[in-house]
Design a protein around this ligand. Structure first.
Ligand code: KG4
Ligand code: ZN
Length: 365
């Protein structure tokens, strides 16, 4: 049964999920189909861009058909076609962009371009009440860590981002060091439930003064040193020194190689790593909230599925007296519902794209 109001078909293909969704009035999700490629990439321990684009080509038509079928919406009822055109893997983005342009042309409907990271910050509005602005939004995913000052769904100013690894990328790399499998975030989350986050002392990189930027490569390297020892140490050479090396050397049982860690030690290390990342994210979100006078905190992106981050965000919101909006689990991962939802607001503001719209791997700051 089609709903009243503006119906938008959204398409998402930024990384390793092919998505198509139909959303009414920017919030009511009538269909949200996601074809995940996780199984194709798992044996490589990460997303292989060439495999990803090919898999999008194979999945896209079926995913669109399924979403339209599930929603019961006829093309004539569709108000616009939305697509995530940035940032992401360029080959993957192009598949979704071509599909969206084709639909817009065939149906003779406007095309709306959506930034993927901004769409993650809108995901908590799906199937829920509108978000109360001004809001401070923390988006952390496999490819991005970003803080925004949000005045409305469409007015977002970037306050800070990662200068090296994204939060989710750090989860994935540390899971690989701990041999917990891919994708690493959920695996670390699970392992950490049985671990003690105070056992291994790991750095929290806060980056000078009141900076709202992030850096996660230090904590990842500290985990690596904790597991394998300092560079050269396991081969009997003189170890190189540095802040992370000094810290790792001070840990009990450090440097024995992951094959010699007990399951409890792995769990403690996973919990300690997770706590270091969550502490850093929450400290920065608190700074952003204070700097912007936010009345709502938003977290979004794949890492917003993390149980420790969700409870720390709840605690922070209570302390600050702010509202907290987190996406339902289905909308933490990449999906096209958030694309279509945010596009509704762009469409209302007359922000439509033309057929010259290009895909962009990065969007800069
Ligand atoms: O937003 P997303 O689906 O894709 C990108 O836009 O990158 O995020 C995927 C990332 C991966 O790095 C994955 O390990 C991480 O989100 N992730 C988690 C959890 N679930 C997914 N990280 C920490 N804890 C989780 N429970
Ligand atoms: Zn994402």
């Amino acid at each position: 049964m089609p709903a009243d109001g503006a119906l938008i078909v959204g398409i998402e293909s930024t990384c390793d999920e092919t998505g198509c969704a139909v959303v009414a009035d920017g919030r009511r999700v009538l269909a949200n189909v996601v074809a995940s490629q996780i199984d194709l990439h798992a044996r490589f321990g990460g997303v292989v861009p060439e495999i990803a684009s090919r898999a999008h080509i194979e999945a896209i038509n079926t995913v669109i058909d399924e979403a339209l079928g599930e929603s019961g919406v006829a093309p004539a009822e569709v108000a616009a076609v939305a697509v995530t055109n940035e940032p992401g893997l360029i080959g993957s983005l192009l598949v979704g962009l071509m599909a969206a342009k084709t639909l817009a042309w065939v149906w003779d409907r406007p095309l709306v371009a959506v930034n993927h990271v901004r769409a993650h910050a809108y995901a908590p509005a799906l199937d829920e009440e509108p978000i109360g602005y001004p809001a401070a939004a923390l988006v952390c995913s496999g490819g991005h860590t970003a803080l925004y000052d949000c005045r409305s769904p469409t007015e977002m100013t970037l306050l800070g981002g990662t200068i090296d690894d994204a939060a989710g990328e750090a989860f994935d790399k540390v899971a690989s060091i701990l041999r917990l499998g891919f994708p690493g975030g959920p695996a670390i989350d699970r392992a950490a439930r049985h671990g003690d986050p105070t056992v291994v002392k790991l750095p929290r990189s806060l980056l000078r003064g009141e900076s709202l930027d992030f850096s996660f490569s230090g904590v990842k390297t500290a985990v690596l040193y904790h597991v394998n020892g300092l560079p050269g140490e396991r081969r009997g050479r003189k170890a190189r020194r540095g802040p992370h090396a000094e810290r790792a050397a001070a840990q009990p049982n450090a440097g024995r190689g992951i094959e010699n860690f007990t399951p409890q030690e792995v769990a403690d290390l996973a919990a300690s790593f997770q706590a270091a990342v969550v502490d850093t994210l929450i400290i920065k979100l608190r700074r952003a909230a204070k700097a912007t006078g936010a009345r709502t905190l938003i977290i979004g992106g794949g890492v917003s599925a993390n149980s420790a981050l969700r409870s720390a965000a709840r605690e922070l919101a209570d302390k600050l007296g702010c509202g907290l909006r987190m996406p339902a689990m289905a909308y933490t991962v990449d999906n096209a519902a958030m694309t279509a939802g945010l596009a509704y607001h762009y469409l209302r503001g007359g922000r439509v794209a033309d057929y010259g719209l290009t895909a962009r791997a990065t969007t800069g700051r």
